[in-house]
Design a protein around this ligand. Structure first.
Ligand code: DAV
Length: 318
């Protein structure tokens, strides 16, 4: 995930405030994204800021918050259900509250609203002796099976099929909780990729349209059988320079695009190879500056959460 040349920065700055000039630049980019989405006919709703600097504690531990910039991580929307995720990071314990005013409103208008079991996040949830797994060995994950945890961004929705992965924030317990909560109408299926530090599936696979899948060529050496009837193409290599700060993500955040429908795709404005790639494939790329936002660990998919799309529930994969 975090590029090697940024590890030192992460160690030095973890727990500190993000540099204000990058926050400001990222905010400007977010406003640009809102303008673009609205111009394309999307209804955009924003969360309410919640204080992040205040210390909070469950008794077992105490921390401050991180941010509420990535609705895709905290909230999972499947059909008419809104699911608040039991997230594994202590610094993200209250992130859901930023979305509560919106969720209450959606609930009043008919949505179903459920929340994962509130996790304890005690030391038993974390493998405190975690080490990098050896080449060719199964990936060591930092979360244990102490209690269910997952981030919504470890799941992608393909109609009836919800495709997810185990990661450093999503355990089997959490996946099973989600499977039973969604019930028989959905199939929750788990895939494994070549990713030494999995956290979120949305820089590994991206469904673009029925039958069209974008994959990360480094992490998906073999196309999963369920996509055998799909046209699958590898994302072009990222062009983010080494000098650009990426606090919580790999450069593959370049493939964290947002599909508005089966043709229109929001793409980072400086990512010329990606813009060309989509044009060549018959899509309509819509460029938006987002590189400063990328520094915080996400791009267009992470920064948004589509709560309402038209269409019916269908089966797309084998
Ligand atoms: O490099 O795979 C993606 C994070 C998106 N929420 C990565 C991190």
């Amino acid at each position: 995930m975090i590029p090697a040349q940024q590890h030192e920065t992460f160690r030095r700055c973890a727990g500190e405030e993000f540099p204000p000039e990058i926050v400001k630049a990222a905010n400007d980019e977010l406003e640009e994204l809102v303008r673009i989405l609205e111009a394309e006919g999307v209804t955009v709703r924003r969360p309410d800021p919640i204080p992040q600097g205040q210390v909070y504690s469950t008794g077992a531990w105490a921390t401050t918050g991180m941010y509420a910039a990535m609705p895709r991580d905290a909230i999972l929307v499947v059909g008419d259900q809104i699911i608040e995720c039991p997230m594994a990071w202590r610094s993200r314990y209250y992130e859901n509250l930023a979305y509560r005013p919106l969720i209450k409103e959606y609930f009043r208008n008919g949505a179903k609203w459920v929340a994962g079991p509130k996790p304890e996040l005690t030391d038993e949830l974390y493998d405190l002796d975690w080490t990098e797994s050896a080449q060719g060995e199964p990936t060591n994950l930092v979360v244990t099976e102490f209690e269910p945890t997952f981030d919504a961004a470890d799941f992608l929705r393909f109609g009836r099929d919800i495709i997810g992965q185990k990661s450093n924030v999503t355990n089997e317990f959490g996946i099973e909780w989600l499977r039973r909560t969604l019930g028989d109408e959905y199939r929750v299926r788990v895939l494994e990729f070549d990713d030494a530090h999995p956290m979120h599936i949305d820089a590994t696979l991206a469904p673009l349209a029925p039958g069209k899948l974008l994959i990360n060529p480094e992490r998906v050496p073999e196309i999963p059988k369920m996509f055998r009837n799909w046209e699958v193409r590898a994302a072009p290599a990222p062009v983010i320079p080494d000098s650009h700060p990426l606090y919580m993500t790999s450069k593959w955040i370049n493939m964290n695009i947002l599909m508005l429908d089966e043709e229109r795709v929001v793409v980072e404005a400086e990512d010329e190879p990606m813009i060309k790639f989509f044009k060549d494939w018959g899509f309509t790329p819509i460029p938006c500056n987002f590189r400063n936002f990328n520094s915080f660990g996400g791009s267009f998919h992470c920064a948004t959460l589509d709560v309402r799309r038209s269409g019916s529930l269908e089966t797309y994969v084998d």
